[in-house]
Write a protein that binds this ligand. Structure first.
Ligand SMILES: *Cc1c(COP(=O)(O)O)cnc(C)c1O
Length: 445
């Protein structure tokens, strides 16, 4: 069949309500109306119950003693590092492939991010590379469970313990996933989650959660989100600030919406597991498509599905992987398969880190006790390869009703693969710049 890109029929019908995210039901609407009727809108409002309810329910879901709800996932990470009292000028290991927020939280704490390359199959921190990057200055390792797959927590825990550093989880993309029988959020010293509307456990906007078994850390997070104050639900506010907090509260509407989403969360995860597995099984049959996998000792939250493409395995050795990815992007989108790129540059290539403007013009890097690190993307060959040769599916597969549409997506892939020799030929001749070219040009301009 003629490719849609060349004027043939499109495989996937127009966007469909069964791929909408988040799913909003009457239960969510009622929850918001309940808050409006209560007139208690913030977590420091006397008698407010939604925020505490969410914290209690999420702690139970994860299997930890404490949970604090905060304004967003970035704040969850920042407050986690602040609660740990990560020293200024110390070093924090961060994966080179992640969302920018992971590394911003480190700089906000005036610590130096040390980027480490990822594993080409799991896309998570490579423990050997972490071992090589640890120095006497390392105060913490942030394990990002990228795309929903828990990181190599056993190896990372050993490294962290051996060097006396903290192990922090960035679980923003991995709600509900587990590792050796324990949920994400219960695998490190402290963990940050995001409730952003795009994540697997969404609120109707912005929110975040911090989980920890450590009662003292939890108390510090509660103060940090509330100007350093202690708020007791049934007592008058004292306005005494005990430590350098800021205002990182979640509001009651966001909390109430997240709670009704949480009530349906396990059911959605189970449907997603089935829908996604069926899609991956079909795509794995196509030559040169490397589908995401999940080691047998963990479960995957399938937040983002990342597909790598190998010209060699397609029988097209010598075709540049990036050019092939670019032409596949066009061909698949024309068929109605909404693939996209996620991250166009490893984090150390972001202008933020290349210029090292940082906090107050040049900190933490200017601190006398800090190592004067500079960042080059060439030092992260695996992250570069992954960005170069892969495309992702985001959000559409999160809806539990998306199964039939994912079948259509698989049909779209199969049709494109019937024409793969033609497309590989095009890729050979196409003018091509790597995805990070623009970012790096902006930084040196
Ligand atoms: C989304 C995300 C964050 C930040 O969460 P926000 O709620 O958007 O601030 C942090 N880390 C990772 C890996 C994320 O995907």
């Amino acid at each position: 069949m003629k490719l849609a890109m060349l004027g043939g029929p499109r495989t996937v019908p127009a966007p469909d309500a069964r791929t909408a995210w988040p799913v909003v039901t009457d239960a969510d609407r009622d929850a918001i109306l309940r808050v409006l009727a209560s007139e208690k809108f913030t977590s420091n409002c006397m008698g407010e119950g939604e925020v505490g309810g969410l914290e209690h329910e999420w702690a139970r879901h994860v299997g930890v003693r404490n949970c604090a709800a905060v304004s967003n996932g970035t704040a969850a990470l920042s407050l986690s590092l602040a609660a740990l009292r990560i020293p200024a000028g110390s070093e924090v290991v961060v994966p080179a492939l992640s969302f920018i927020a992971t590394a911003l939280a480190v700089v906000r704490q005036l610590a130096v991010p040390v980027f480490v390359d990822v594993d080409p199959v799991t896309f998570n921190l490579d423990p050997d590379a972490v071992a090589a990057a640890i120095t006497p200055r390392t105060s913490a390792i942030i394990a990002v469970h990228l795309h929903g797959l828990p990181a190599e927590m056993h190896e990372l825990r050993e490294l962290a313990d051996r060097h006396g550093s903290h192990l922090v989880e960035d679980a923003a993309q991995a709600q509900g996933a587990s590792y050796r029988g324990r949920k994400t959020g219960a695998l490190g010293t402290i963990a940050g989650f995001s409730l952003n509307v795009t994540k697997n456990l969404p609120t109707c906007g912005e929110g975040g959660l911090v989980t920890t078994d450590d009662g003292e850390l939890h108390e510090r997070v509660l103060k940090l989100r509330q100007f350093g104050e202690v708020i007791k639900g049934d007592e008058e506010r004292t306005y005494i600030s005990h430590l350098l907090g800021s205002n990182e509260k979640i509001n009651a509407i966001q909390a109430a919406f997240a709670r009704t989403q949480l009530a349906r969360f396990d059911e959605y995860c189970a449907a997603r597991e089935q829908n996604v597995r069926r899609l991956l099984d079909r795509l794995a049959e196509l030559p040169g498509v490397v589908v995401p996998t999940c080691p047998t000792d963990r479960t995957h939250a399938w937040h983002i599905l990342r597909f790598r493409f190998s010209p060699e395995a397609m029988g097209h050795e010598g075709v540049p992987a990036g050019a092939l990815r670019k032409i596949l992007h066009r061909a698949l989108r024309a068929e109605g398969v909404p693939v996209s790129q996620y991250q166009l540059v490893p984090l150390p290539g972001q202008e933020t880190f290349r210029t090292r403007e940082g906090v107050a013009s040049g900190y933490p890097w200017k601190l006398p006790m800090a190592r004067d690190l500079s960042y080059r993307v060439e030092d992260y060959p695996v992250a570069l390869d992954v960005i170069e040769d892969s495309l992702t599916l985001q959000k559409r597969h999160l809806n539990p009703q998306s199964g039939a549409i994912l079948d259509d997506y698989a049909n779209g892939f199969e049709k494109v693969w019937e024409n793969i020799d033609f497309l590989a030929g095009l890729a050979r001749t196409l003018p091509y710049d790597p995805p990070w070219a623009k970012t790096l040009a902006a930084a040196s301009a």
